[in-house]
Design a protein. Structure first.
Length: 303
């Protein structure tokens, strides 16, 4: 049987793309008749651009870029699945408790993406709990450069994801907030495609989603394979960091990765209030998902 050739993009080399890369390396796309090549797209905006221009057919990305593309540009992008989006508010060395964040400096990227959404969200949550007067500190450069600012005390806290969050913890930092506390882990991103792709070739979409869910299962169940793949694709030289990334991630991974409507609604509220996107205030989060293929699997799980 001739395999359907596809390209699937991912935003960054961090934790989130892990299940898709595991799916590829484990031969699960091939098992379902797909020849899938994965490609790093240079951020969530790159994934959106690649999907809309036809450079890629499926993309793994965080939610805000997809939401913004739909509201500002009228894109037809939708999430087919959820994914891995673990995030933590990490304090500088010496800071152990979230109560110490009063008057603190929290670094943020400033590009309107997931980091900015989570920074504004947690600032509002902390303020509700009497931890106020937090100051937003713009940080230039890549995530590792931002981590350097945290380790050196140039800022007091950062929103981070593994494996960088693990590296920061090894460097003496503490996790002050786990966004799972607010239902936002495994919830703000996943696999996306265009509605046009679904309309024109639903069987290929079905095969891709089926393989991806099997890949997530392989990720959960095969520690050695997953750690090896994580090291290879993300360039983690320290096996301990890769192992701790797995140990942190695996317990909370959903068996069936539905898109999480409530989390998308939270992101839309923050984007409307804090990120200059007024159209998000009245947007229906359901317009950004198509979970028919996930629902099929839930009713008839793959072997």
């Amino acid at each position: 049987m001739e395999r359907r050739s596809l390209v699937a993009g991912y935003a960054t080399i961090g934790q989130g793309a892990g299940p898709m890369i595991v799916t590829e390396r484990a031969g699960l796309f091939a098992k379902h008749g797909l020849d899938v090549k994965t490609r790093l797209m240079g951020g969530a905006k790159g994934v959106v651009k690649g999907l809309m221009e036809g450079e890629i057919h499926f993309g793994n990305l965080a939610a805000p870029a997809l939401l913004r593309a739909g509201l500002e540009d009228g894109s037809d992008l939708v999430f087919l699945t959820g994914g891995i989006n673990q995030q933590f508010l990490v304090g500088r060395p010496g800071m152990k408790y979230r109560g110490e964040l009063a008057n603190a400096r929290i670094g943020f990227v400033g590009d309107g993406g997931l980091n900015d959404v989570l920074v504004h969200f947690i600032v509002a949550q902390l303020d509700k709990n009497g931890i106020g007067a937090l100051r937003l500190l713009p940080l230039a450069g890549a995530s590792r450069e931002s981590m350097g600012a945290l380790l050196e005390g140039d800022c007091d806290a950062l929103v981070m994801t593994p494996p960088e969050a693990i590296e920061a913890r090894i460097g003496g930092c503490a996790f002050l907030v786990d966004f799972a506390e607010f239902g936002l882990n495994y919830a703000l991103g996943g696999i996306a495609t265009r509605r046009r792709t679904i309309q024109e070739d639903p069987e290929t979409v079905r095969k891709f989603v089926t393989a991806y869910v099997e890949g997530m299962r392989r990720y959960r169940m095969d520690r050695e394979f997953t750690v090896k793949v994580q090291q290879e694709y993300s360039g983690i030289s320290d096996r301990i960091v890769a192992e701790e990334t797995y140990e942190l991630t695996q317990p909370g991974m959903p068996e069936i990765p539905y898109p999480v409507v409530e989390a998308l609604q939270t992101a839309l509220k923050v984007m409307a209030r804090d990120l200059n996107l007024p159209a998000a205030a009245a947007a229906d989060p359901g317009q950004f998902i198509d979970d028919r293929f996930i629902r099929e699997l839930a009713n008839s799980p793959p072997a």
